[in-house]
Design a protein around this ligand. Structure first.
Ligand SMILES: Cc1cc2nc3c(=O)[nH]c(=O)nc-3n(C[C@H](O)[C@H](O)[C@H](O)COP(=O)(O)OP(=O)(O)OC[C@H]3O[C@@H](n4cnc5c(N)ncnc54)[C@H](O)[C@@H]3O)c2cc1C
Length: 352
């Protein structure tokens, strides 16, 4: 084998694993993003660090550099039900940051003992005796191959590792669309928007660094059309969409069964969103990416036999927590329950 461990994808999950693995392993990690500059792949994301992700940072003794943070930091989420016209304000302690800078920063923490290939696309993971052969296209557009004993799929929602190795473990995918506008609202704000006529997931908006970002997750077929309808409805609510700066789109997984969380087998491990680890109720996924990477690093570093079985067992709590988010999502996206919760004003903070 050329390497002990190959990590495919260096988002929060892959970068964290590459940082935490023992230097005694021979590791290769590849990612389609450019390490420098602003061209190439940028992950569309709200860029909000939730409480659980902050806890992972505490455990991993990480402090976020100030230049990754964005302005302003907002502590309230205006929740809007477009069907009932109910509006509530909930307190949240999110940290707002620039997602691309955040990813590059986590990548920069990977030790030099790891071979990192930037701007590199993984094309195939093929089973061979005692391991796997990985085929990738390098930054000069040349096809290359290497072999590794263990392969870690940390390649996000549209994971090639999961699709190629476990085609039977497909998972519901939605299209996430985000549009960036020049900020014209007098007071910056976050919002969370529900409307079952447009999506059985949800939409969101946020003000960041002088931009106003509207996003939403929609069933694939009608994604564009429903995003436009959403904008029309929100314009009537006083939202201002002017001077479009950019549109971003990507797939996002929307788990709805316990078996959607799949951790891999036969020396392949799935971590982060590739494993299905994302909250169905908020689409928050960074904490689960960090946590699954940490769990896998401990197992591989300990050198114990049957690492796949152990990884499956040690992620049980994480999977149960994510299952509770599926139940929460089902409640929040059911108009009757949502209306009831908003009507009784539980945790709602009145504004002046
Ligand atoms: C629109 C949107 C908004 C979101 N907002 C938030 C939020 O505010 N807060 C939050 O906590 N979560 C949010 N999430 C979820 C969060 O972005 C993901 O759950 C999280 O990024 C998962 O991390 P990951 O490392 O598993 O995967 P990713 O972050 O998706 O990283 C995968 C990496 O793999 C690389 N890659 C993919 N395929 C290949 C390939 N074939 N070859 C080589 N490299 C490859 C990509 O370059 C990427 O760097 C949001 C998601 C979406 C879609």
């Amino acid at each position: 084998m050329d390497y002990d461990i190959a990590i495919i994808g260096l988002g929060p999950a892959g970068s964290t694993l590459a940082r935490l693995l023992s230097p005694s392993f021979k590791i290769i990690a590849l990612d389609k993003k450019n390490q420098t500059g602003h061209d190439g792949f940028h992950k569309p994301c709200g860029g909000l660090l939730a409480n659980d992700a902050q806890k992972s940072f505490v455990r991993q003794k990480l402090n976020i550099p100030a230049d990754i943070l964005t302005d302003p930091q907002i502590f309230s989420v205006k929740t809007i039900d477009l069907q009932t016209q109910l509006v509530r304000n909930y307190q949240r302690s999110y940290i707002s940051f620039n997602r691309h800078k955040f990813d590059l920063w986590l990548k920069s923490l990977i030790p030099e003992t790891v071979t990192v290939l930037h701007n590199t696309l993984c094309k195939e993971v093929r089973r061979i005796i005692d391991g796997y052969q990985v085929t990738y296209v390098d930054e000069n557009n040349r096809e290359q191959k290497f072999t590794a004993q263990y392969v870690v799929g940390a390649d996000g929602a549209n994971s090639i590792v999961r699709r190629m190795r476990y085609p039977k473990h497909s998972i519901r995918q939605y299209v996430a669309i985000q549009q960036w506008f020049a900020e014209k609202h007098t007071t910056p704000f976050y919002s969370c928007i529900f409307d079952n006529n447009l999506t059985n997931c949800y939409a969101w908006s946020m003000s960041k660094d002088g931009y106003f970002i509207l996003g939403g997750a929609f069933a694939k077929k009608e994604a564009n059309q429903h995003f436009e309808k959403l904008k029309q409805k929100l314009t009537q609510q006083g939202f201002i969409f002017s001077d479009l700066v950019k549109t971003e789109k990507c797939l996002v997984i929307y788990p709805n069964r316990l078996r959607d969380f799949y951790t891999g087998n036969e020396n392949i491990f799935l971590i982060g969103e590739a494993a299905g680890f994302i909250s169905a109720s908020s689409l928050e996924g960074i904490s689960y990416a960090l946590d699954s990477a940490e769990i896998l690093s401990k197992i591989l570093n300990s050198g114990q036999a049957k690492p796949n079985k152990l990884y499956y067992q040690k992620t049980l709590l994480l999977r149960l927590k994510l299952y509770s988010k599926i139940i929460k999502a089902k409640i929040l996206t059911t108009p009757m329950w949502r209306k009831l919760i908003m009507k009784i004003k539980i945790q709602h903070i009145e504004t002046n």
